[in-house]
Design a protein around this ligand. Sequence first.
Ligand code: NCD
Length: 313
Amino acid sequence: MLKRKDLVGLIDVTKEEITEILDVASEMKAHLKAGEKRLSYLHGKTATILFYENSTRTRTSFELAAKYLGATVINIAAGASSVAKGETLVDTGKTLDAQLNDFLIMRHPMGGAPYLLGKTVHASVLNAGDGMNEHPTQALLDMLTMREHFGSLEGLKVAILGDIKHSRVAKSNLFGLKTMGAEVYMHAPETLIPKGIDRLGAKLCKTREEAIEGADVVMGLRIQLERQQAGNFPSLAEYADFYGVDCAALKLAKKNAIIMHPGPVNRGVELTGKVIDHDQSRIEAQVFSGIAVRMAALKLLNDYREYNKEKNV
Ligand code: NCD
């Protein structure tokens, strides 16, 4: 059982906890593959999805996950809520608590927002991406996709290329993969590497070739144009030429390597079209893993809530 009320980041999640989430996610996948989309683990529970930033796959994936588990699901677009009238995050949280929500699934442009919310509400908070900080369920779905292909994460060489500086996906993957015994190699223009990431365990590479050589996983990350006020490289075309992954660069990876990207992809920028559509690409498999992992996280957090309820009686 997960021993935590909220799932806000992988920085302090243990190997046992990650393994448990991935194991339950595999069971959830088996249910979904058997066409079982009406499970009852969250029957009678309410989940509110509160997104202050754009999203296609993460929002729909959380919504499907909660619905497949039998929860009542409410969607709030921040632009249409009282947040637009100036309400603070904590006050919004208190309102949602008063409505007896069990789960708050939140995406927010500011790092740390879900931590603050989690501390102030009774509901369990799931971080669906906070600024440039963490995106724990994305890294979990990435790890599930890798584990399905390789059997284990221990000793894998994972090369992450792209906009690492602005990427919460890179940070959550670094924390999770290191905990699970994999090695994380990173490459990007100097201006897109956050200071100190090597002290967190990433191996920084001077060239794209060095990062990809012998890799089991080649993961591209989107150039986040919406977070690039400073302009960190001359042009997208030059980025693609010098830093993008094409079929020639991919040849350096292991023969059975897989290609991953959290999406949305800037086609032809971080990965060429051929790499995205390659037989070794797992980009669509990642989307399916996303539903299973979010079902697992919701189920396990719910188990902990139920356990605490029984203990208090
Ligand atoms: C990522 C995100 O929002 O952090 N996308 C996702 O959740 N699938 C990556 C991105 O936006 O580039």
